[in-house]
Write a protein that binds this ligand. Structure first.
Ligand code: RB5
Length: 152
């Protein structure tokens, strides 16, 4: 096992709870430092609360990357993207996860607990976490996105 101290904040709502639990344990076994912000049961809860917790942990530099799981990944990505500095992407396959790191410097991955099987989710998370941002011309474009945060 490669010791890897990249810090990850992970969170889910009730729909993503089971996948979040599996991912948290697997990523921890892979050597990532994983902070689980909840939810901690399958009791119904509101996904924006968990998206905010993960997004703020990443935006404040307490984690390098965030992983969120809800039913579709969509609501989590929408909510996380309201936090300045966050570039969250809902991914259903590894290709998007790889390229949103290479080209978009995405820092939060959102997964669909109700439509993506566990093995695929692990492959998506692995692609996301193992891929570095390419920079270069892509940095200019990411800077343009960041610039939108301060537009009136
Ligand atoms: C919960 O039923 C569901 O709406 C939520 O997990 C998520 O899919 C929203 O985007």
């Amino acid at each position: 096992m490669t010791e890897n101290r990249i810090a990850i904040a992970i969170g889910s709502d009730h729909a993503g709870f089971r996948l979040k639990e599996s991912l948290r344990d697997s990523l921890g076994e892979m050597g990532y430092a994983v902070k689980d912000v909840g939810t901690y049961s399958e009791e119904s809860c509101d996904y924006p609360d968990l998206a905010l917790a993960v997004a703020e942990t990443v935006a404040q530099g307490e984690a390098d990357k965030g992983v969120l799981v809800c039913g579709t990944g969509a609501g989590m990505a929408m909510a996380a993207n309201k936090v300045p500095g966050i570039r969250a992407v809902a991914c259903n396959e590894p290709y998007t996860a790889e390229y949103c790191r290479l080209h978009n410097d995405a820092n939060v991955l959102a997964l669909a607990g109700r439509s993506v099987d566990e093995a695929t989710a692990f492959a998506i998370a692995d692609a996301f976490l193992a891929t570095a941002f390419e920079g270069g011309r892509h940095q200019r474009r990411v800077d343009q996105i960041t610039g939108m945060e301060s537009q009136p």
